[in-house]
Design a protein around this ligand. Sequence first.
Ligand code: HT7
Ligand code: ZN
Length: 850
Amino acid sequence: QNVHKLADYRPYPFVLSATRMRFRLSPGNTRVHAELSLAPRDAQQAADLVLDGGKAVRLLALTIDGQPLDPAHVTRQEETLTIAADALPRHPFLLETEVEIDPSANTACEGLYISNGMFCTQCEAEGFRHITFYPDRPDVMATFYVTIDSDLPVLLSNGNPVGQSQGRAEWHDPWPKPSYLFALVAGDLVAVSDSFTTRSGRKVALNVWVRPGDQDRAGFAMESLIKSMKWDEDVYGREYDLDVFNIVAVDDFNMGAMENKGLNIFNSKLVLASPETATDGDYERIEAVIAHEYFHNWTGNRITCRDWFQLCLKEGLTVFRDQQFTSDMRSAAVKRIEDVQALRARQFREDQGPLAHPPRPDRYEEINNFYTATVYEKGAEVIGMLKRLVGDDGYRRALDLYFDRHDGDAATIEDWLKVFEDATGRDLAQFKRWYTDAGTPRLTMIEDWQDGTLALTFTQETPPTPGQAQKLPRVIPVAVGLIGPNGDEVTPTQVLEVTEASQTFTFAGLGARPVVSALRGFSAPVMLSRDLDDATRAFLLAHDTDPFARWEAGRELALSALIAASQGKTVTGDYVDAIGRLIADDAADPAFRALCLNLPGEEEIATRLSSEGLTPDPDAIHAARELLARQIAETHLDLLSQLYEDMTVEGPYIPDAAGTAGRSLRNAVLALLTRIDGGERAEILFGIASNMTERMAALTSLLRRGRGQAELAALQDQFAGNRLVMDKWFAVQPMAAPPLQAAAVARDLSQRKDFDWKNPNRFRALLGGLAANHAGFHAADGSGYDFTADWLLRMDVLNPQMAARLSTAFETWTRYDPGRRAKALAALERIAASEGLSKNTREMVSRMIA
Ligand code: HT7
Ligand code: ZN
């Protein structure tokens, strides 16, 4: 009965034009006064006024046009407040409410809460209803005027500041917005400030607000913001539209960051960085997330979603835009490979299990459970395919039309596809299945060579997913190039559009049989299978002109070696030889070499085995990966040692593409060498490195060899007061522990006084660290499952969103052997049986055991 269905969408029966709010902040009892300017949508059609309002919102007063309402007309239910239609005027009216809330008792990081003495809000998706009674849905948009009364020195809300006096600040946001984009922050904060002048001449004041003492770690975030503002003007023609743009770093935050209009709120780990405390990966992520949230100003805020089923309209598009941004700022080839790796690790995994859903789901119980890799990352892939199909010019025309036609709207996926149809003349009816169907299509390619003609036959099939047994064929753009036997490209990239269940494309007039480079740039989110021997893969790894396809050839070679080893078969030398050539190839891009040297992860191997209908054995996979890494290190010891010495980095640490690439190659080499030297080099590196990238790489290598205790102690001594570094300290230990010890390591850490588990970052560090240790989490004795279930139950009471998110550690449980399955199921059933389980976790667990 709690299921929300896309088919049930109805417009809200009232139009809300303006919202005025006054907050009197106090930790235990904050007063919120709200004035809503409402009008019936249809004066002929009387309707009850239903406002959302969480259990803990206490109504103190309610008037309509200044008159108190007879309580007989007002019904308070657990999550709503309803005013009967016959008590409402048929003309525009003003509804005023006064409520009391208790931010100090709010542990869910949703609504108005307190983090380290600072008031802050998180309203997406449905947090605003925990602040006041309101039509808390994205298609109800209003201008906001907000007054904040508090003694705290910094008082912020959305829009432009319009008044500031002792103990009071007033803010006006002229752009109509839904409640999920509302934000308020009050605290003892300091700003790193700068400005940006838009191309039409608006001078925008920029501030990154942090806790006193953190200013010297906020500069990179500011640089990233300025780059993002410029990029969106240059590439999408989108300008910023207020006089100020504020970013605030918060320590207790459920996710990465939030795009509230003019007042982005960030998890402090995505703002604060210095070479000593943050890794290259952290810097890259900060740059990308600052950009992502900024880009939402147009794709999400100026054009929002009609309802939460359309979430991928803003998230898929904004991820696509932040991926383009990072490609432009750094290396496009490396970024594409990293994005595909992430997609396979998270989204393909999701698609394979009981939580699979389409990018646009058509039902949900708890929307917070749908902020998933499918909505975000697959949503972005779908846009990448659209762009490939209509071309760069068609894409730009469609986007211009989207911004023109829908500015100020709460839009749908249908609206989005229609602008592409109108701008390019293309019929997208079949393409729409990418939005409505779940599952990763399996695409098989068979080659036939006769008399100078190459025929490629593609067959597509998508396995059943929950609620979707049968799937119709999709449009799959397959970018293909042909490479001659001498390694030269004979046919440059062409996009073949596979639209049928089975379809053949021919290439005639070829002199000699070419090698096919298929799915270049990962042109569609499918699993491609083709019959290719290791020698041909090695050929593609050496000659393919498309960097993704080249890397993919190496990846396939690695996977075939790993799968053979995990099944106890002998590994051919092709992969080890090909890796040797790459190690020696000083002319190749170091980042590319690093990507090839890092073996596929254990989770990825398990996903591949499972997609082939095999049961992954986590211990055998772990052993196979160790064996192959050792084999590479032994075979190429001299080359690797030389490369490691040659790459000693001198000079200042710069977290740009070139610096990151060099360190990533050296760290990949270190990880291999540690298998032989037992950690000697890693120990030295840890001792001399002044940046966190190298120290974490060294520490991880040591922990994987069962060493690293002295280094852990050193880090703790140096950084005990730095939450973000200590989060890394908590995460790396269970993640890099030998599998049989992983759960015990996590358990010991959970008993420490500084395991402040109520802090989402700390909790995620420890539990996420264990979940990232594939063989550790899936230990045959069930210790990983039990430990995770214990903490999930504990967290669920305080912060249901966090607990539900953690439960995805179990999402692949059905793919393992009967012994592991029984233990995972027992853990899940124990969670399901717990009394008072949140709606969030209940939905996740019941989908997993359905
Ligand atoms: N649009 C935001 C998604 C979000 C969120 C962020 C922080 C805390 C809770 C949240 N629930 C949903 C972030 C984004 O994707 O840009
Ligand atoms: Zn987003």
